[in-house]
Design a protein around this ligand. Sequence first.
Ligand code: UN1
Length: 512
Amino acid sequence: DTFGIRESLSRLGIQSQNLGSSTGLNWLDSGESFFSSSSPADGSLIARVQMTSPDTYESVIATAQLAFEKWRLVPAPQRGEIVREIGNALREVKPDLGKLVSYEMGKSYQEGLGEVQEMIDICDFAVGLSRQLYGLTMHSERPGHRMYEQWHPLGLVGIISAFNFPVAVWSWNAALAWVCGDVCIWKPSEKAPISGIACQLIVGKIFAKHGMPEGISCLLMGDYRIGELISQDSRVPLVSATGSTRMGKLVGQAVGARLGRSLLELGGNNAIIISEQADLDMAIRGALFGAVGTAGQRCTSTRRLIIHQNVYEEVKSRLKSAYSKLVIGNPLDEKNHVGPLIDQDAVNGYLAAIEKVKAAGGKAVVEGGVLEGAGFESGCYVKPTIYEAENHFDIVQHETFAPILYLMQYETLVEAIALQNGVPQGLSSAIMTTNMREAEAFLAVSGSDCGIANVNIGTSGAEIGGAFGGEKETGGGRESGSDAWKAYMRRQTNTINYSSTLPLAQGIKFDI
Ligand code: UN1
């Protein structure tokens, strides 16, 4: 145990066998089958988790419904106080939880710590929000009338999260939902369930310490079948789902069929435009982290570089040399830059994408491949690869969750923006330029069509203060900062008549 992972697991309270369904402090025995979570870092078993059965699902929902009746009556700033304590508890466990995330998911330890930091940040944000949650006041057209709007909690919020950010994306949803007065039902990815258990162990204690009922933070374990239960359940007014576009369409359809609300954060196909007036040192740095960080498994990962023809060769050769210096290996070893992919399926997806880009006529700039031998026994380590490709290639139009970067050239900015927008996804985008006109054109109405558009910053690594999400097949949802909290509440418009007559709006006469 070179990296102290077993000690971290024991400090986090993880057992070798864990019950996966919980309403807070209570863990429910489903009497069903277990599944296991192995680390893509070294292939070894981390722990086993019990799958949630349909009966257990029902009792979790019933407990959550009762909890909502009470939680919604707790004043929002007091709810914020509890979220503040959750943030403080996360500060204490940051090294252990960061390590577990790194070990279970495969991102570097630094990125694991960064993920926990995002959780701490959103807690702080939510605490502030708990004294806001502002509605507007309006001027009534009728004398002696007052109009305003208020925001009330929605109820049960279903959270379906992905393996790549196994804990941060849950916290973006949960921290906001809690201060808004909602209760949460979380299904973590079946590929990273242990990180979810660790979080539930932390928050369950805090709610109990404050005398809060069971059911404010609930955990469910399993695959898409649990996702289906949540999506079809009209007792869950909001389902927030992060993952593939394929998954999101299923969730969106099921939730839509019952006219529920869904908040979808799906695939990206993010590009950086590198202008001939870019600071190339920054452009290379931004592209490198964007493409190989988290082994290309962020929804914000940089998949395409759209490079001005006058700097194309230079960017290409500098990238080639930067890639040659990348050290691939155990993510817990801080000398390594790139960890493994999540599992064998992901490796197969990576290999298939390389075959497809080659078949379409793509040319390798940096060859890919699966790494073998000492340290790579899990079979999940792959070489970050670069291909020259055309935007219209079918494979380039798809998101492959792996470190594959496609290069393409442009001549005019209009052309570059058309390439950038010319994919079905619309999450993140960036331009590297020192030219203010180019930067503003990229951000203008005729510029990037993405939910995130950056200047002289890569496509990944958004701060929690902004609304996070994207357009088109990315699903349109916005999580995290800005006014994303509104998705977790219902708006009520109130008109109050304090006069002694009852005039109708629009001046309608109705006398008898
Ligand atoms: C994701 O990949 O699902 O902007 C979330 C980023 C991170 C979050 C990514 N803050 O890259």
